[in-house]
Design a protein around this ligand. Structure first.
Ligand code: G3P
Ligand code: CA
Length: 242
């Protein structure tokens, strides 16, 4: 399979991360897929935002888990990035899945449940993927590897990926043990022998977050399966360099 480009938090180099504007720009730039982050609101709605708190990416303050959907939807998630994005909202997962289905995109859904326990996040996400008929276009990733096991039990057909920062010992063996079908490693841990082993184990390797030209070239050269990047057009420039 040829290399895929996933827009990290949408095309977040040119639009406010994890907003519909960023996802639409990823589509416009020709990204194969989008990556997004999920949390649950106080009233258990699945929303797309990276941090546990709203302060960095909206004009509000507080913890996502302590705010209702109505309260969150009143926040401006665009102005911090640029005045032209004023009025962007924190999206519901359902809104993004509608776009994904319409545009025939791939989607990498990161469950942000490694620092906060969300009892039903896995089943909520799986139910929505089934509803939107997107199980086969999705990879679900998390730094919480127990959660990925739960995902696989709920939906054996969905691609799952361990996220990790530090070098793992034999990640291909570890992935088998956890029961995941892909690997999303922190970029510097990706070396030639590791990619070869993952290929042998039939485990796609999609490193994050690849924003430097030099690193794009190195990883393309190693034959990774995808680049998860903020800089979609730059990634295509490097890919097309041949
Ligand atoms: O896809 C992996 C990457 O998104 C994980 O890091 O902090 O950007 O969610 P973060
Ligand atoms: Ca993420």
């Amino acid at each position: 399979m040829s290399l895929q480009v996933y827009a990290h938090r949408g095309y977040s180099a040119v639009a406010p991360e994890n907003t519909m504007a960023a996802f639409q720009r990823a589509v416009d730039a020709g990204a194969h897929g989008i990556e997004l982050d999920l949390h649950l609101t106080k009233d258990d709605e699945v929303v797309v935002i990276h941090d546990e708190t709203v302060g960095r990416t909206t004009d509000g303050k507080g913890r996502v888990r302590e705010l209702t959907l109505d309260e969150l939807r009143q926040l401006d998630a665009g102005s911090w990035f640029g005045e032209e994005f004023k009025g962007e909202k924190i999206p519901l997962l359902s809104e993004v899945l509608t776009l994904v289905a319409e545009k025939g995109l791939l989607v990498n859904i990161e469950l942000k449940n490694n620092k906060i326990a969300y009892a039903n996040l896995e089943s909520k996400v799986i139910t929505m993927l089934q509803e939107y008929d997107l199980v086969h276009r999705t990879v679900i990733s998390s730094f919480d590897h127990y959660s990925l096991r739960k995902v696989k039990e709920l939906c054996p057909d969905v691609d799952t990926a361990i996220l990790y920062m530090a070098n793992l010992f034999e990640p291909w063996e570890y992935a088998r043990k956890v029961g995941v079908t892909s690997i999303h490693p922190y970029r510097p841990t990706v070396v030639e022998s590791m990619v070869a082993k993952c290929r042998e184990y039939n485990l796609p390797v999609r490193p994050f977050t690849i924003n430097q030209v030099k690193e794009m070239r190195r990883l393309i050269g190693l034959g990774v399966d995808a680049l998860i990047t903020d800089k979609v057009e730059q990634a295509f420039t490097e890919l097309n360099r041949g």
